[in-house]
Design a protein around this ligand. Structure first.
Ligand code: UT7
Length: 323
């Protein structure tokens, strides 16, 4: 017998303001056609002035708790993946804890940029397996609109704001791959590539800064490294692409998602795609896609789901779970 971290509920939140590709045509030398064909993105949501990451995270958390049929005080720990917290400190997670009215347990943030949710999921799994928590709220939440250079057409059209959340709960399993819950985790990073995707500011440097990216370089690494991490996580439990019911990838670019699925020998019919509706929401994109896929009935109990992501660092990884 061994413990497994099983998904009990999902939820997401997108800010009200929708920005269509055509809005950028007014201020930049770009077009709806370029953005769609190069990235698959059609629109994104931007948070309202005064609406911050912890607000988005709290809304997603409430939806996930309702879906799980749980109250805030049923939760032992909150882990928020974000690179755009409201303040340098305290963590967005403690803000969510207070807003949910949760007076027990513990909360903290994890920062692995677009791979943040995979790292947070791995971390929450470790909390459960080590017995430190039985129920963990794992959230990905971002307001990337606040760190975009709106004059840089190569980056500002690609990102958006949003949040997604999962409730994980400990359950006794048998220890084989028929168990529900997280079955395999693979995490990687390589700081030699830190300058192909970064923000040129921060608290220690002394200014907020804006996102900078060498898109072509990131693209090249993404397809190769995502397929590699997914293969590794699957192989560790004796599985391959043929065993996968759903790939739920980080939603950055439909061309990266197609390339990765192809390398994994998984047809696009078995990929949850939401990038068209919210662009790249960094750490929020995987829980958003999981929430959408569950709510519309595609992701069903017992199915094998692979979540994979890459982002600044570079940091990348994947989680295989039975829903
Ligand atoms: O979450 C992880 C982080 N990010 C990613 O995963 C993003 C990874 N990269 C990508 O998704 C793609 O590389 C992009 C979507 C960023 C760009 O696609 P690309 O096919 O690699 O285009 P490119 O950068 O090679 O640019 C092609 C052309 C360039 O013009 P020239 O040099 O060929 O004359 C760009 O200046 O497109 C130009 N361009 C644009 N044109 C219209 C760049 N941005 C725009 C734009 N509108 N918004």
């Amino acid at each position: 017998m061994r413990l497994r971290a099983v998904v009990r509920g999902t939820g997401h939140y997108l800010p009200d303001r929708i920005v269509e590709n055509s809005e950028f045509e007014k201020t930049l030398d770009t077009s709806d056609e370029w953005i769609r064909s190069r990235s698959g993105i059609e629109r994104r949501h931007f948070a309202a002035p005064g609406e911050n990451t912890s607000d988005l995270a709290t809304a997603a958390a409430r939806a996930a708790l309702a879906d799980a049929g749980m109250e805030a005080d049923d939760i032992d720990a909150i882990v928020v993946a974000t690179s755009t917290p409201d303040l340098t400190f305290p963590s967005a997670a403690t803000m969510v804890q207070a807003r949910l009215g949760m007076t027990r347990g513990f909360a903290y943030d994890i920062q692995a940029v677009c791979a943040g949710f995979v790292f947070a999921l791995a971390n929450a799994n470790a909390l459960i397996l080590s017995g430190q928590a039985r129920r963990v709220l794992v959230i990905g939440a971002e307001t990337f609109s606040r760190i975009l250079d709106m004059e840089d057409r190569a980056t500002c059209v690609l990102f958006g704001d949003g949040a997604g959340a999962l409730v994980l709960e400990a359950e006794d399993g048998t220890g084989d791959v028929a168990d529900r819950g997280i079955l395999s985790v693979d995490l990687q990073s390589d700081g030699r590539f830190r300058d192909i995707l970064y923000v040129d500011g921060g608290p220690s440097v002394g200014r907020t800064g804006k996102l900078r990216m060498h898109g072509k370089e990131v693209f090249r690494h993404a397809v190769e490294k995502l397929a590699d991490t997914a293969h590794r996580a699957l192989a560790a439990i004796g599985m391959d692409g043929a065993d996968v019911d759903w790939i739920v990838p980080h939603q950055a670019n439909v061309r990266i998602i197609r390339g990765t699925a192809k390398r994994m020998d998984v047809p696009m019919e078995r990929v949850i795609l939401t990038v068209q509706d919210h662009g790249n929401t960094s750490a929020a994109s995987i829980p958003l896609a999981l929430s959408v896929g569950k709510a519309d009935g595609r992701i069903k109990p017992g199915q094998i789901v692979v979540a994979e992501a890459i982002g600044g660092g570079l940091a990348w990884g994947s989680v295989v779970l039975r829903w």
